[in-house]
Ligand binder design. Structure first.
Ligand SMILES: NC(=O)C1=CN([C@@H]2O[C@H](COP(=O)(O)OP(=O)(O)OC[C@H]3O[C@@H](n4cnc5c(N)ncnc54)[C@H](OP(=O)(O)O)[C@@H]3O)[C@@H](O)[C@H]2O)C=CC1
Ligand SMILES: CC(=O)N[C@@H](CCC(=O)OP(=O)(O)O)C(=O)O
Length: 351
């Protein structure tokens, strides 16, 4: 059951997990959104605190207090965003959907189609495997038509967004070997969330750089699942994430072997992304994370070294915007049949 969209263009929005980095980013975007009324913003730790007291950049913009999560209050909303740890949204989504509320989960609860694969990577059984089937993977550049019809969106992970948008034109056109894909990705520390953790202290990550989860990261099956749907069948992917001593941003350098040496790579990327507002193909470009910081843009470039058959793609996003909250709002815009770009016109911050 879907709620009828009111004629009045304002909808009521709930955010579960309003004190985290992606929750705060949703607030920053949604206070400027012409069709949104923020109705419920949850935090267990900060219940009762005015939102603008925790986040002074929202003073004068929002007159709500954090409240403890309550499914009844959330049921009154038209759409609820879950900006919560993995395993949280799947506890409440079925009831909310039953009450006609649309749900957008920024975590991974509905991203993997196979509940056994979910359990393997997330260390817990899936709470509502029956609902998984109807979830739409919220990558608009791939699933726009399905997102428009969806009640439940699995917002993609941050690394998967950058990696998938980089490989997508090559796999769709079937000009690379799908069994030999390498994604060398780096993230700023905000990708790990706002929790206190020794490994995320400035003195631990400043002036240092490391790879992590080299034996397997939970985003690998998510990326492989999506890339496997792009025309060439199952893929062989090596994905290695790195932690950079910066706050926002993901850079993914991707490698693949060309099977069609005559392919015009620049034309392929330019054509595939010509009508995509939030993917900027940069001919001869060198996308850097600061060119997307604070914006919903993914910038990509493609290159070869001489006549080598290895193709190199660079892809950058802001992990909190196109990698999370911005993409979630882009999905909401599609679900409510609005202009996809509403609320998402911020340019990157330089320097
Ligand atoms: N950071 C990033 O770049 C990205 C994050 N994501 C995903 O988005 C989700 C949120 O990430 P992020 O904002 O970084 O996380 P944070 O750790 O910064 O924030 C988590 C939020 O969830 C709330 N919360 C925690 N546990 C529960 C619970 N059991 N029930 C209800 N609320 C809870 C917290 O508030 P309180 O404890 O007070 O209730 C807090 O507001 C995660 O699943 C993350 O993997 C996805 C893409 C990018
Ligand atoms: C830098 C950093 O630690 N990044 C996080 C990615 C967080 C994220 O977006 O993952 P999910 O939404 O799939 O949980 C990590 O590697 O765990």
């Amino acid at each position: 059951m879907k709620k009828e969209i009111p004629i009045t263009p304002k909808i009521k929005i709930g955010i579960v997990g309003g004190t985290g980095y992606t929750g705060a980013e949703l607030l920053r975007i949604l206070v400027r959104h012409p069709h949104s009324t923020l109705a419920v913003i949850t935090s267990r730790a900060e219940a009762g605190l005015p939102v603008a007291q925790l986040f002074p950049h929202l003073r004068g913009q929002i007159d709500l207090q954090f409240t403890a999560p309550d499914d009844n209050a959330l049921s009154d909303c038209d759409v609820v965003f879950f900006a919560t740890p993995n395993g949280t949204a799947m506890q409440s989504a079925p009831q909310l959907l039953d009450r006609g509320v649309r749900v957008i989960d920024l975590a991974a609860d509905f991203r993997l189609k196979d509940p056994a694969v979910w359990a393997q990577w997330y260390g817990m059984p899936h709470a509502c495997p029956d609902v998984l089937a109807e979830a739409v993977y919220g990558l608009p550049e791939l699933n726009r038509a399905a997102i428009r019809q969806a009640r439940l969106i699995a917002n993609p992970g941050c690394y998967p967004t950058a990696v998938t948008l980089g490989f997508l034109p090559l796999l769709e056109a079937q000009v690379i070997d799908p069994n030999w894909l390498i994604a060398d990705a780096k993230s700023g520390a905000s990708g790990a969330g706002r929790k206190a953790e020794t490994g995320l202290l400035l003195a631990e990550i400043g002036e240092s750089f490391k790879a992590y989860a080299v034996t397997g990261h939970r985003h690998a099956p998510e990326i492989a699942q999506t890339l496997g749907q792009l025309g060439s069948g199952a893929v062989g992917l090596t994905f290695v994430p790195h932690l950079l001593p910066m706050i926002r941003g993901i850079e993914a350098t991707l490698y693949a072997r060309l099977t069609d040496d005559n392919c015009d790579l620049e034309q392929l990327f330019a054509k595939r992304y010509a009508t995509e507002t939030f993917v900027d193909f940069m001919p001869n470009g060198q996308p850097d994370t600061r060119s997307v910081r604070g914006s919903n843009m993914c910038r990509v470039a493609v290159a070869r070294q001489g006549t080598s058959s290895v193709v190199i793609v660079q892809s950058v996003i802001d992990n909190l915007v196109k990698g999370a909250a911005g993409q979630a709002v882009q999905n909401m815009n599609l679900m409510f049949d609005w202009d996809e770009t509403l609320g998402l016109d911020a340019l990157a911050l330089l320097p």
